[in-house]
Design a protein around this ligand. Structure first.
Ligand SMILES: [Fe+2]
Length: 203
C-alpha cells in the first residue's frame, strides 16, 4: 500500500506534531512505525520541546530539536539488511548489532526527505550512540529519548533537564552505560568516548 493510501491523522493538541510545519514529517514517520513506537516518538518530541523551552533555546534551535525528535526513530523498525544498506557497519559490534545503526540510517532517511540542517541530522545520528557534548539540540534529544515518561524510568534525568541540560545529559549517558554493562552487553565505543569527554562529574 502506498503512503498516500493512509489518511493523515488529526493534529495532536500538544507537542511538535501540532505544528503545521512539522505535521507532514509526523505523518511520514507514523507510516514507518508501529503504533507503540510512534507513541514513543510523540512523547519524545513533546518532552524535547519542553526541554528546549526550559533551556531557552533560540527559535532555530527549538525547531531543530522538534524536527530531530520527530525523525529520530524513523529507521528503528527497518530490517538488518535495510539498515546495512542505509548505513554500512563500520565495526564488528555494528555488524552483530544492526540496531546500533538506526541513528546513522535515520540520518540518511532524513537527508533523503530533504532535511539539510546539520543540527537535526547530527541529533538523529547521535541519539543512539551519543552526540557531541555541547551540541544542545542533540543533547536535548538524547535526554528526552532516555527519560520520556512512557519508559517509566529516569524521572530524575527528566527533571534535571529542565534546569541543567548538560548535567542531565551526563546522567543519561551514565544510566545507559550502567544499563548495558549490567546486562552484559557491549557499550558502543562512541558512547564511552562521549562520556569520557565530559569532564564535570555529576554531584
Ligand atoms: Fe532510537
Amino acid at each position: 500500500m502506498s503512503e498516500t493510501a493512509y489518511p493523515p491523522l488529526p493534529l495532536p493538541t500538544a507537542g511538535p506534531c501540532r505544528r503545521a510545519s512539522l505535521a507532514p514529517y509526523c505523518d511520514r514517520v507514523r507510516l514507518r512505525l508501529s503504533p507503540e513506537r510512534y507513541a514513543h516518538v510523540l512523547r519524545v518530541a513533546e518532552l524535547a520541546e519542553q526541554i528546549a523551552l526550559a533551556n531557552r533555546f533560540d527559535a532555530g534551535e527549538l525547531r531543530a530539536t522538534c524536527l530531530a525528535a520527530v525523525l529520530h526513530d524513523v529507521a528503528r523498525e527497518e530490517s538488518a539488511a535495510r539498515l546495512f544498506e542505509l548505513a554500512p557497519p563500520e565495526s564488528e559490534l555494528e555488524r552483530t548489532h544492526p540496531m546500533a545503526l538506526h541513528g546513522r540510517a535515520g540520518r540518511v532517511v532524513a537527508e533523503a526527505w530533504g532535511v539539510t540542517d546539520e543540527r537535526v541530522l547530527d541529533a538523529i545520528e547521535g541519539h543512539v550512540n551519543g552526540p557531541r557534548p555541547g551540541d544542545r539540540v542533540a543533547m536535548a534529544l538524547y535526554v528526552a529519548d532516555v527519560s520520556e515518561p512512557g519508559r517509566g524510568v529516569n524521572d530524575d534525568v527528566r527533571a534535571m533537564a529542565m534546569t541543567n541540560l548538560e548535567r542531565a545529559f551526563r546522567r543519561a549517558l551514565e544510566v545507559k552505560i550502567r544499563y548495558l554493562t549490567g546486562r552484559g552487553k557491549t557499550v558502543h565505543p562512541r558512547t564511552l568516548q562521549v562520556h569520557d569527554e565530559l569532564t564535570e562529574p555529576t554531584p
